[in-house]
Design a protein around this ligand. Structure first.
Ligand SMILES: [Zn+2]
Length: 384
């Protein structure tokens, strides 16, 4: 069994150890030391990062009490080595993990909900509860959690004996657990856990719930703590300042001003579409065949073709076939008529490798072969 320094002293960031074994495993080497401060992946938390004798540790896993360091090269047995934990990453994780315990403890005491899932990424963590919160509940939870943080309460690690275990109440109870390790947050929470924690709640700084989503009948909270919460605040503040500058409004008006801009864009887009339709109609050059019409235009959208076709139909056109092209190779079309035009559309698609359709009196689609001349000949023939 590896001596797990991270369990006894979560602030151990550098340690001396001896290589006990080293075996090639795929592209990496499984290196076992007699003692380690590297926390292995587990309980929803990734493995520590860092180096052994200056060589980056790629992953750390634990099997039957033996901690395996995944290394890119071999280390000979008996070698004395120095391990160094990437402290910045580790400390952030400790802030988050201790923050999660406070959150789960507070939720449990206020609502009786259990933490039923936990995952920590480099930025945030998600905590799943088996109950539903109102937005007001989440605000209250957040206040209560941060009040625990700011009281700077003690966080202690203990290993109760079998007899003691019977008398203590704690969260995350597992059956037949060997070497039970309890993390106790003064007056707040007691939970079985193997991960490193900060020693006082004040070190967490802040806990912020940034999202809440329904999850399997309960709720998933996305939470930031400590340094990552500060980083997130800096990012949001930078983005907000940029928005204030772009919109030329004070901080409190950013969201209303953004909404006004979106409304303005949407009304301008509508106006633009209407103008484009009117322009298309005013510039449309129509070839009349009996009481039907054909037209070849450039760079018109379906919307604009449809508008032109409606105008032609209003003027008493029986059938109209309108085409538009961007590149003179592919044409989009709109066909409308006072009578059933489906046979015309089918023949058009068959003749010019087309796709499209619609209702008995209206269809639209695209053809990918044919030139203005061949399409025009076809249309003249079909409208005779
Ligand atoms: Zn834990």
């Amino acid at each position: 069994m590896t001596e797990r320094l991270y369990e006894k002293d979560s602030y151990c960031r550098e340690f001396e150890a001896t290589v006990v074994s080293c075996e090639k495993n795929g592209d990496l080497y499984d290196v076992v030391l007699d003692r380690t401060a590297f926390f292995p992946e587990g309980g929803g938390q990734y493995a520590d990062k860092g180096t052994v004798d200056g060589i980056a540790v790629e992953d750390v896993q634990i099997h039957n009490g033996i901690v395996v360091h995944k290394m890119p090269c071999a280390l000979e047995c008996g070698r004395k080595v120095t391990g160094r934990i990437d402290w910045e990453i580790r400390f952030c994780r400790m802030q988050r993990h201790s923050g999660e315990h406070i959150l789960s403890g507070v939720v449990h005491s206020l609502f009786g909900y259990n933490n039923v899932g936990f995952h920590m990424s480099e930025r945030e963590m998600t905590v799943d509860f088996d109950g539903v919160f109102s937005p007001g509940d989440i605000e209250n939870v957040e206040k209560a959690v941060n009040s625990v943080v700011w009281k700077n309460l003690k966080i202690t690690i203990s290993y109760p004996t079998d007899d003691e275990e019977k008398t203590v109440s704690y969260r995350s109870k597992l059956e037949n657990i060997e070497n039970l390790r309890l993390v106790t947050i003064e007056d707040t929470d007691c939970c079985a856990c193997c991960a490193p924690h900060v020693s006082r709640t004040g070190e967490i700084g802040i806990v912020k719930v940034i999202d809440s989503t329904p999850n399997k009948g309960g709720t998933r909270l996305t939470v930031l703590a400590g340094a990552t919460a500060l980083h997130d605040y800096s990012e949001l503040n930078r983005a907000n300042k940029q928005m204030m500058k772009t919109l030329s409004v004070p901080r409190e008006d950013v969201s209303a001003a953004a909404e006004r801009q979106v409304e303005l864009v949407s009304s301008l887009r509508y106006e633009n579409q209407e103008l484009a339709k009117r322009l298309a109609w005013s510039e449309l050059s129509v070839i009349k065949i009996n009481s039907s019409a054909i037209s070849f235009a450039e760079n018109l959208s379906y919307e604009e073709l449809r508008h032109c076709s409606n105008m032609l139909m209003e003027q008493g056109c029986e059938v109209c076939l309108l085409f538009s092209t961007n590149d003179r190779e592919n044409y989009i079309y709109v066909v409308s008529g006072v009578r059933d035009i489906r046979a015309i559309v089918k023949s058009l698609n068959d003749t010019f490798d087309g796709k499209g359709g619609g209702k008995p009196n209206y269809a639209q689609g695209k053809i990918v072969s044919g030139s203005t001349e061949t399409i025009r000949t076809f249309a003249e023939e079909i409208l005779k």
